[in-house]
Design a protein around this ligand. Structure first.
Ligand SMILES: [Zn+2]
Length: 333
């Protein structure tokens, strides 16, 4: 099916627009690294109109994921709680939240339960309809630019796992900024190019997603891309999503420990039989769970966790120097 897709060449770095790059030893054809800003990017991508289609988040297309699987749903609720705890560190609770590309609304549902006023936009109408009908969320089934939502009106504008799909990340970040209040925040999350996960998995890295993921960012390159888009990064973290009822294999996956996954001896030594949503699974023993959580915390300290979550402040609109400095002395503070 992939062979029938139209692929387009990427000529410029999605992070900064530069056209000079050199090959990276990963991917087929190999990824490129920008000579100017070091963002790694895919040399080609599929026609977005063939990727982001109905069924994208329901496991019904060659791309996308089956978000509706009960274990994936449980994972997303846990990940949402981790994400919101980080956001609340910077922004405080109970503010207004706009999630761009909200999918089926897992993050918004958790944010609403924590007291936030929530709105979503989602261009794939099947996902948007699910968020509206099944979760009772306010979601506009369209692109942000066509949503009709007032600009400069949200405390937080977020986009989880969207930036890596963008051919021009700066332009996308500027668009997000336009819907945040001056002094508000833009929050984005991407797979972590610098993750232990990526280094250990090689071509099997889940963040690679050929033809779909264009830009690959680590904490530093994401921060620099946000600065180029006029944002001020205030908190950049690399969490690994581990949670209480996760199976041993899912934890090993999250931590990039593929070599241990599914092997019977480590499963017997480090795991024990358990239940997850009615399925028989192997869960870690207590000490193993503690050790894996410790490893996740170490990854975070080293900046090599599963994803990069970055929170940046949207500066107040740049004052017109000629008009303001001439007419309003207080403008310069
Ligand atoms: Zn670049």
């Amino acid at each position: 099916m992939t062979a029938e897709l139209r692929a387009y060449q990427v000529h410029n770095c999605p992070g900064c627009g530069e056209d000079r790059s050199h090959p990276v030893n990963l991917g087929d054809p190999p990824l490129r690294r920008c000579d100017r800003c070091s963002v790694v990017y895919a040399p080609q991508y599929a026609d977005p109109s063939e990727v982001y289609v109905e069924g994208y988040l329901f496991g019904e297309t060659p791309f996308g994921l089956d978000l509706m699987h009960p274990i994936f749903q449980a994972f997303l609720a846990q990940a949402a709680a981790t994400r919101l705890r980080l956001i609340e560190k910077v922004v405080g609770p109970n503010a207004s939240f706009l999630d761009v590309g909200c999918g089926t609304g897992e993050l918004l549902a958790v944010a609403r339960a924590r007291g936030w006023t929530t709105t979503g936009v989602e261009p794939v109408s099947q996902s948007a309809e699910y968020a509206i009908q099944q979760r009772g969320l306010q979601v506009i089934p369209d692109l942000l630019e066509r949503s009709g939502l007032p600009e400069h009106s949200f405390d937080v504008v977020s986009a989880f796992h969207v930036v890596e799909h963008m051919i021009d990340a700066q332009s996308f970040l500027r668009t997000l900024s336009r819907w945040a209040k001056p002094g508000g925040h833009v929050v984005v999350e991407v797979p972590n190019w610098r993750s232990f996960h990526r280094r250990n998995a090689g071509p099997g890295w889940e963040g690679l997603r050929p033809l779909e993921h264009l830009g690959h960012y680590g904490p530093e390159t994401l921060k620099a891309t946000m600065r180029r888009a006029g944002l001020r990064p205030v908190l950049v973290r690399t969490p690994t999503f581990l949670w209480a009822r996760q199976t041993l294999d899912h934890r090993l996956d999250a931590l990039g420990l593929y070599k241990w996954k599914g092997r019977s001896r480590p499963q017997r030594v480090f795991g024990r039989p358990g239940q997850l949503k009615g399925e028989a699974v192997i869960v870690p023993r207590r000490l193993t769970a503690l050790a894996l959580a410790g490893l996740g915390a170490t990854y975070e300290r080293l900046g090599v966790g599963q994803v990069v979550l970055a929170i940046a402040e949207v500066p107040p609109p740049t004052s017109e120097p000629s008009a303001r400095s001439a007419g309003d002395p207080s403008a310069t503070q």
